[in-house]
Write a protein that binds this ligand. Structure first.
Ligand code: ZN
Length: 167
C-alpha cells in the first residue's frame, strides 16, 4: 500500500514535468502570436541535430571528414534544427538550422546575407546537400529519398517551413 509520504513524494516529482509542458505550450502559443518560430522539439525546447538524428549525424560527419569540409564540420555539433521542409515528397527530410554565430554590424548591414554554397555529400543513401550562406554558416541540409530522416523530424514535431520567406 502506498504511504502518504510516498504519494507526496511522487506528487513533487511529477509536478515540475507537468509545469514544464504547460510552460512549453504557453511559450509556443506566444511565439506563434508574435510570428516567431523558435527551434523546438515536442517539449518546446531547441532540438540539436546531433541529438535528434544521431545515426544520420554520424553519416554527415564521416562524409564531411572524408571530403575535408572543415568549416561545416566545426559547426556540426552545435547545429539546432529550426524547421523542416513541408513539400509533398515522402522521403524529403530537408531541414533548416539556426545560425551558428551572430553577424556583426558590417556583415549584417553592408555585406548582407546571401546564399553561399551547396555542398553535395556522398552518404551512401539518398541525396544530401549541405547549404551555407556567404559567411560559411550552415543554413540547412537538403535531404531527399530518406524516409528515416523524414520520419524522425515529423515524430519530433519539428515545425514546417511554410510561411517562412527563406527557401
Ligand atoms: Zn521537401
Amino acid at each position: 500500500m502506498p504511504t502518504l509520504a510516498g504519494i507526496r513524494e511522487r506528487g513533487v516529482v511529477e509536478q515540475p514535468d507537468a509545469a514544464d509542458e504547460v510552460r512549453a505550450f504557453t511559450m509556443a502559443a506566444l511565439a506563434a502570436d508574435l510570428g516567431v518560430r523558435p527551434a523546438h522539439s515536442r517539449f518546446g525546447r531547441p532540438v540539436r541535430f546531433r541529438d535528434a538524428l544521431p545515426a544520420f549525424y554520424g553519416e554527415i560527419e564521416r562524409a564531411l571528414q572524408a571530403e575535408g569540409v572543415t568549416g561545416v564540420l566545426e559547426q556540426l555539433p552545435t547545429l539546432e534544427i529550426i524547421d523542416r521542409c513541408d513539400c509533398d515528397e515522402r522521403g524529403c527530410g530537408t531541414f533548416h538550422v539556426a545560425a551558428s554565430r551572430p553577424l556583426n554590424q558590417v556583415e549584417m548591414n553592408i555585406v548582407g546575407v546571401r546564399h553561399g554554397e551547396s555542398t553535395p555529400l556522398d552518404v551512401g543513401r539518398g541525396l544530401v546537400v549541405v547549404d551555407t550562406d556567404n559567411f560559411g554558416r550552415v543554413t540547412g541540409i537538403e535531404v531527399l529519398d530518406r524516409l528515416d530522416v523524414a520520419a524522425v523530424l515529423k515524430e519530433l514535431r519539428v515545425p514546417t517551413s511554410s510561411g517562412r520567406t527563406t527557401r
